[in-house]
Design a binder for this molecule. Structure first.
Ligand code: SF4
Length: 181
């Protein structure tokens, strides 16, 4: 379906971002309810403390995308299917952009929007090593960031949800690039 995209980007102090937007135990609880928990190399449980990663960087460049559907979902597609189509496309573009930015800024690290979907089925499900370690990254949520707080606090964006099989006014994606101290 047709849609328009508005991009947002801002630079935050990492300490301020962590203090106001990161709650690892809370999001670990949410992740435990997700089918990716223990089944995706980029999702919990981890053998490290996510806070150690956040705290080793100086700034967070926060990205937000606001995707506004134009018109109705086509054919038999549900609102969820239409939203997913939009989100997959934009997530792919944002992922490529973040990896390009990482290359330009030595020591930076990107956190993607949502779980790693580079493979149809993650290699973790068969206890094999990650197939694309150079491209796979954790999601910003998997490391404990509360995206709804972060988007509101730093970009003035509310997250809207699908209700009664109707797309909201807009969809959102959030990602981050952590910059060295
Ligand atoms: S790149 Fe593939 S194997 Fe690696 S974490 Fe992502 S989905 Fe899993």
């Amino acid at each position: 379906m047709n849609y328009s995209v508005t991009r947002y980007c801002t630079l935050c102090e990492a300490d301020d971002f962590v203090a106001s937007c990161v709650d690892v135990p809370k999001f670990l609880g949410f992740c435990r309810e997700c089918r990716n928990y223990g089944n995706n190399w980029m999702c919990p449980p981890f053998d490290f403390d996510p806070l150690d990663i956040w705290r080793s960087y100086g700034k967070v460049r926060l990205y937000g995308l606001r995707m506004t559907p134009e018109g109705e979902c086509g054919g038999e597609n549900s609102a969820m299917e239409c939203a997913r189509e939009i989100i997959i496309k934009e997530k792919r573009g944002l992922t490529d952009e973040l990896l390009e930015e990482e290359k330009k800024i030595p020591g930076s690290l990107s956190f993607f929007a949502g779980s790693c979907e580079l493979c149809p089925v993650c290699a973790k499900t068969t206890s094999e090593p990650c197939r694309f370690p150079a491209r796979a990254r954790h999601s910003i949520e998997a490391l404990g960031a509360d995206v709804s707080i972060a988007l509101k606090k730093y970009l003035g964006l509310d997250i809207l949800w699908i209700r009664d099989d109707k797309l909201p006014e807009y969809l959102t994606l959030a990602a981050a690039l952590l910059l060295p101290r």
